[in-house]
Design a protein around this ligand. Sequence first.
Ligand code: ATP
Ligand code: MG
Length: 264
Amino acid sequence: MRQPIEIKTKVRLSNFDPAETYGLTKEKTREATRGLLERIGGLQAKLYANTDRALLVVLQGMDAAGKDGATRSLLEFVNPSGVDVANFKAPSAEELAHDFLWRVHQVVPRYGHIGVFNRSHYEDVLVVRVLKLAPKEVWSKRYVQINRFEETLAESGYTILKFFLHISRKEQATRLRARLDDPAKNWKFEGADLLMRARWDDFMEAYGDVLNKCSPAHARWHLIPADKKWVRDFLIARRVCEALESMALEWPKPKEDLSKYRVR
Ligand code: ATP
Ligand code: MG
């Protein structure tokens, strides 16, 4: 692998190519991804039977980076009953009347489930920072607050995997244009997307800080080159599969002696 996926040391985002393919080929990689996704489906069945472990997948990225597509791919073979997906939009008045983690903690997956955050508490150090929705003395304290929050989750049985879907400015233009041109995609377009796009460099700086300040061993960031959807889906599936396997999930032991029962 030419570029690290898991962020363990300081990185500079500008050194990473969003179109990286690692020499993989599309058709073979798609097949491999399917195999991984099927394995994830099997592992989820075991996770579902457990009552003290859960997996939380956090997806972040610029507009049209593919957070929805990545969610759809990752969950292709899982039982929907065991999944909690949360989409983070601009906070409501009620949410703004609480600390920034209030709305987040409420939608953390229940034990036994896979949770996917489509955007997350990181918006509170990304869009909030770039658009100055809160003063610096407020958002700058949040990196540590987020680390503490995620540490609490990790110590409570949560495996946390965070993925930054890194697309290029050029690829975003192509995808936003498609949202303007294709009637089936018009609904996804918002004028605000262009305002955010105009602040691209500021967002990359803010993402750089997130990756460098909030990637402890118990809640790592992964840098996913996301210009190619098949690369994105493969890398995420591979990492999630590996994480579920390393949870060494067992079928729970029966709570009583089953040998005394007969089904007639
Ligand atoms: P896509 O990537 O497909 O465009 P999306 O995640 O942008 O999907 P939208 O409904 O278009 O979904 O937008 C959600 C918006 O909510 C984003 O612009 C995001 O920055 C904003 N948002 C999320 N959390 C916060 C927050 N804490 N404060 C302010 N804005 C937020
Ligand atoms: Mg959007």
